[in-house]
Design a binder for this molecule. Structure first.
Ligand SMILES: [Zn+2]
Length: 225
């Protein structure tokens, strides 16, 4: 049974702001969400990873199959490849409607390993992505917060290259308008949750800054601009 309030990315898909969805879920939830997508008239493809399932939701069966095929090329196979190929990752990012600058930042991270920092140390991928995006940001805009302390879905469906990335904020504004039109009170709750400071520890644990270890990446999101 799928009882969550409609997350922003679903409303973005329905409003035509986003071409397709890629949802990583536990297998039961994946099947419930796929059934909900099919009831709404969307095409669905599933990719089982064992303990998790990826659900692709698109407007046509061909588009859903294309996403699935790209993922197959992007995922590491049973034997490590000699050379990292960014092409399927870029194509997947484009097919999901992510800004090219953010896809570039993502590809640069996974080219060295999602859990490998620029200096070769190991850390959780959220810590690395958040630290690198913060370093590129002149200001932290809560509309680009995808690291809510309670793991609530943000307005964005991708990790932004920076927390003031212009195409990400323009997209967020369109999604916010769609969510406000659907559920103004829910949108206000989400806006407030995303405007809270969060600290991400190197192991990926999220907490309020006061409760975080000294080496955590602190994202001091304030009120949205
Ligand atoms: Zn960007």
């Amino acid at each position: 049974m799928w009882r969550d309030p409609t997350p922003p990315e679903w409303l973005a898909l329905i409003a035509g702001l986003k071409p397709a969805l890629r949802l990583l879920r536990d297998p039961r939830r994946a099947r419930a969400e796929a059934a909900a997508a099919a009831r709404r008239g969307f095409a669905v493809a599933l990719h089982d990873l064992g303990d998790r399932t990826i659900v692709y939701v698109a407007r046509t069966p061909a588009a859903a199959r294309a996403l699935h095929a790209l993922e197959g090329q992007a995922l590491p196979g049973p034997t490590p490849r000699d050379r990292f190929d960014p092409a399927p990752h870029r194509a997947l990012g484009a097919a999901l409607g992510f800004p090219p600058c953010c896809v570039d930042a993502f590809v640069a991270r996974i080219a060295r390993g999602a859990d490998v920092t620029a200096t070769g140390a190991r850390a959780h991928e959220d810590f690395i992505a958040a630290s690198e995006a913060a370093a590129r940001s002149a200001r932290l805009d809560a509309r680009a917060n995808v690291f809510a302390v309670d793991r609530t879905s943000g307005w964005l469906s991708h990790v932004p290259c920076a927390f003031d990335c212009a195409p990400s904020l323009a997209y967020a504004d369109r999604v916010i308008a769609a969510v406000v039109a659907h559920d103004a009170a829910g949108a206000a709750v989400l806006r407030a949750r995303l405007a809270a400071a969060v600290a991400i520890a190197p192991d990926g644990t999220r907490a309020a800054p006061a409760a975080a270890p000294a080496d955590a990446c602190v994202l001091a999101f304030g009120d949205p601009a």
